[in-house]
Design a protein around this ligand. Structure first.
Ligand code: NAD
Ligand code: 6OD
Length: 485
C-alpha cells in the first residue's frame, strides 16, 4: 500500500490529521492510505499560496504562464501511465475510459487555457470619450489571488485540472482538496508541478473530508479569495455559506437529474446508441448523464427494447481487461445509496426492464462495488427514482405525446445541468433546445465538449459558468482604468 501525502509549499508532507484508506472500488480492497490535513496544515498551504502570489509568480508574464501550462500538459502526457494507474486504482474505471477521456483530458485542460491566455488578456473593453467626458477607459485582468479548488470523485483528474488550469492561466495560486475517495492523481500533480519548475506554493494539495476536515477548513479560511467547487448540491449550499463570510467569490458546478428527449422523427439507432452512452458512461457517474428519458409514444417500445439490449451488452469487469466496458460504483456507501433507489423504484411500482441488482465478479474482483445497468418504466413523475439524482447506471423511461408535454416533463425538476434532444427536425431542435431549462443542451449527441464553451448548470445545478472565456472571467478580476484626456 502506498502513502498519499499532502503537497504544501513544494514539498510532500504528512498532515496532522488521521490516515485514511483509499479503496479500489473494483476490488473493494484498500490500495493506499492518505494523510488527512489538519487545520494547521490548511493554514500552511494557504499561507504558502499567499506568499507565492507576493513573489515572482504574482508578476509572471502571459508568455511565461503560457509556457508553464504547456509544460504541465506535456509532463502529464509523459507521465500518462502513472496517472492512469493512479486513477484506475482510485476509481476502478475501465482503462478504455480512463485512457481516452480522464487522463488525456487532464493534459488538454492545460493546453486549451494556455492557448487562450494571450487572447483573453486582450479581450478588454475600451471606451474613448464614451459620454463626451473626455476620458479613455480600459480594463486589465488581475488574478483573484488564492483560489480554493474542491473536486469530486467521478472524474478526478479531469475535473480538478478543469479548474486548476484556468486558475493558473490567470496567475492565481491554488490550494486543492480532491475527494477523499480519489486523492491519487491530484497528489501526483505535485510531482508534475515540481518537474516543470512551477514556483513553490503556487500549487498545493490538502487531503481529507468535508465537514470538520480539510474541505471545511479550506472554504472557511479567511485568506482564500475565491472558491471553485464541483460536487453535490447540498455540499454546494454549505460551501456558499462559508464563502459568504468575507464575501468571497464562488463558482459551483453541482448535481443534476438530466433529461433525454427522444422524438419519433429521430435517427432511432443513433438515439439508442447515444442514450446508452449518456446513461451508462462511467457507470452513470457523470454529472451530465441522463437519468430521465422521455420518448415519443410511436417509438417508445422500440426505443426501450433497443436501450435494454445496449444495457445488457455492456461488459462489467476488471479495469485492465480490454473487454470491460463498465466498471463499479465508487464505494460501498454509494452502492448502498444506488440500491436504495432499486428498492424505492420497485416499491413505487416500476417495471424493471433490466438490471435492478448488485452482483459480484469472480476472483480478485469479488469485493468490487458492481451493480447491473438498470432501466425502469412505469414510475410516476413524483417517484424518488425520477426526481432525485441517483448517480448510477440507471434511467427511467416514460412516453410523451406532444412537444409541449416533452418540454414540460423535461423541465419539471429542481436541477438544470444538461439535456439531450434527439430529432431530425431542425426547427424543432432549435425550438425545444431553447425551451429546455438546462445550462448545456446537446442535439443528436451527448457530451461533445469544446472546452471553450460555457459549462455550468441552471436552477440547483450550479452558479456561474466555466469554460473558455467564462473561466477567465471567474479566475480573474477585471479592473477598469479611466484616464482623463
Ligand atoms: P460531494 O459534494 O460529496 O463532495 C465533493 C467534494 O466536496 C469532496 O472533495 C468533498 O470532500 C468536499 N466536501 C464535502 N463536504 C464539504 C464541506 N462541507 N465543505 C467543503 N468541502 C466539502 O460530491 P461527490 O459525491 O464527491 O460527487 C458527486 C456529486 O458531484 C454528484 O452530485 C454530481 O452530480 C456532482 N458533480 C457535478 C458536476 C458538475 O460539473 N456540475 C461534475 C461532477 C460531479
Ligand atoms: O467535460 C468537462 O469539462 C466537465 N466539466 C465535465 C463534467 C462532468 C461531470 O461529471
Amino acid at each position: 500500500m502506498s502513502d498519499i501525502l499532502n503537497f504544501i509549499d513544494g514539498a510532500y508532507v504528512a498532515g496532522g490529521g488521521r490516515w485514511f484508506d483509499v479503496v479500489n472500488p473494483a476490488t473493494g480492497q484498500p490500495h493506499a492510505r492518505a494523510s488527512e490535513a489538519a487545520e494547521a496544515d490548511v493554514d500552511r498551504a494557504v499561507a504558502a499560496a499567499r506568499r507565492a502570489m507576493a513573489g515572482p509568480w504574482g508578476r509572471t508574464s502571459e508568455a511565461d504562464r503560457t509556457a508553464m501550462l504547456n509544460a504541465i500538459a506535456d509532463e502529464i502526457d509523459r507521465r500518462a501511465e502513472d496517472f492512469l494507474a493512479a486513477e484506475i486504482a482510485d476509481t476502478g474505471k475501465p482503462l478504455s475510459l480512463a485512457g481516452t477521456v480522464d487522463i488525456p483530458r487532464g493534459a488538454a485542460n492545460f493546453r486549451i487555457f494556455a492557448k487562450m491566455i494571450g487572447a483573453e488578456a486582450e479581450r478588454l473593453y475600451e471606451m474613448a470619450t464614451p459620454d463626451g467626458a473626455g476620458a479613455l477607459n480600459y480594463a486589465i485582468r488581475r488574478p483573484k489571488g488564492v483560489v480554493a479548488v474542491i473536486s469530486p470523485w467521478n472524474l478526478p483528474l479531469l475535473l480538478m485540472t478543469w479548474k486548476v488550469a484556468p486558475a493558473l492561466a490567470c496567475g492565481n495560486a491554488v490550494v486543492c482538496k480532491p475527494s477523499e475517495e480519489t486523492p491519487s492523481t491530484c497528489a501526483l500533480l505535485g510531482e508534475v508541478m515540481r518537474a516543470v519548475g512551477l514556483p513553490d506554493g503556487v500549487f498545493n494539495v490538502v487531503h481529507g473530508f468535508g465537514p470538520g476536515s480539510a474541505g471545511a477548513f479550506l472554504t472557511a479560511h479567511p485568506d482564500v479569495d475565491a472558491i471553485t467547487f464541483t460536487g453535490e448540491t447540498r455540499t454546494g449550499e454549505a460551501i456558499m455559506k462559508a464563502a459568504a463570510v468575507g464575501t468571497r467569490d464562488i463558482s459551483s458546478e453541482l448535481g443534476g437529474k438530466n433529461a433525454g428527449v427522444i422524438f419519433a422523427d429521430c435517427d432511432l439507432e443513433a438515439a439508442i446508441e447515444g442514450t446508452a452512452r449518456s446513461t451508462f458512461t462511467n457507470c452513470g457517474q457523470v454529472c451530465l448523464c441522463t437519468e430521465r428519458l422521455y420518448v415519443e409514444r410511436p417509438i417508445f417500445d422500440a426505443f426501450v427494447a433497443g436501450l435494454k439490449a445496449k444495457a445488457e451488452a455492456l461488459v462489467p469487469g476488471a479495469p485492465f481487461d480490454s473487454a470491460t466496458t463498465i466498471g463499479p460504483l465508487i464505494s460501498a456507501e454509494h452502492r448502498t445509496k444506488v440500491m436504495g433507489y432499486f428498492e424505492t423504484a420497485a416499491a413505487d411500482g416500476a417495471t424493471v426492464v433490466t438490471g435492478g441488482s448488485a452482483f459480484a465478479l469472480p476472483g480478485d474482483h469479488e469485493g468490487g462495488f458492481f451493480v447491473r445497468p438498470t432501466l425502469w418504466t412505469g414510475l410516476a413523475e413524483d417517484s424518488a427514482a425520477v426526481r432525485e439524482e441517483v448517480f448510477g447506471p440507471v434511467a427511467h423511461i416514460a412516453p410523451f405525446d406532444s412537444e409541449a408535454e416533452a418540454i414540460a416533463l423535461a423541465n419539471d425538476t429542481r436541477y438544470g445541468l444538461a439535456a439531450t434532444l434527439w430529432t431530425r427536425d431542425l426547427s424543432r431542435a432549435h425550438r425545444v433546445g431553447a425551451a429546455l431549462e438546462a445550462g448545456i443542451i446537446w442535439v443528436n449527441t451527448w457530451n461533445l465538449r469544446d472546452l471553450r464553451t460555457a459549462f455550468g448548470g441552471a436552477k440547483q445545478s450550479g452558479i456561474g459558468r466555466e469554460g473558455g472565456a467564462y473561466s477567465f472571467d471567474f479566475y480573474s478580476e477585471t479592473r477598469n482604468i479611466c484616464i482623463k484626456l
